[in-house]
Design a binder for this molecule. Structure first.
Ligand code: HEC
Length: 114
């Protein structure tokens, strides 16, 4: 009986852990989709940013954030892109990202904020 209870408990613990947004997975996606502009650590200093006027690409640690002030709005920005929200159109939507990938990205990018 104890063994069965242990299995049930393990299952209950396992489900929320696996379905939770994962910042480590978000970092992999960030490195592919965002680092060229926002830089390897999010400081807004990627190679593309270097060719734009200073301050064009946002520092993801400090902001200021014009629209993406919380996790839900950050997700909306990643779905729609800057142009749709009155931001700089150079900020692209995360094209083709699944809802799960967006969740990981949001988790990682929110973790960068100071
Ligand atoms: C081609 C360059 C480029 C890429 C790639 C890019 N961004 Fe941006 N991002 C920008 C620019 C430019 C801005 C500034 C927008 C503005 O000030 O209107 C910005 C702004 C932002 C902001 C601040 C928005 C606000 O509310 O002020 C966040 C957060 C952000 N980007 C996250 C991301 C994430 C996450 C990715 C990858 C999925 C990404 N960006 C990919 C160029 C880029």
């Amino acid at each position: 009986m104890h063994r069965a209870a242990t299995i049930v408990l393990a299952a209950l613990l396992f489900i929320p852990l696996t379905s939770r947004a994962d910042a480590a997975k978000g970092k992999t996606s960030y490195d592919q989709r965002c680092a060229s502009c926002h830089g390897p650590t999010g400081a807004g200093d990627g190679p593309v940013a270097a060719s734009l006027p200073p301050g064009t690409v946002r520092n993801l640690h400090t902001g200021p954030f014009k629209f993406a002030t919380d996790a839900a709005k950050l997700k909306e920005l990643l779905q729609k892109g800057g142009a749709a929200l009155g931001l700089n159109p150079l900020m692209p939507p995360a094209a083709g990202a699944s809802d799960e990938e967006l969740g990981h990205l949001v988790e990682y990018v929110m973790s960068l904020r100071k």
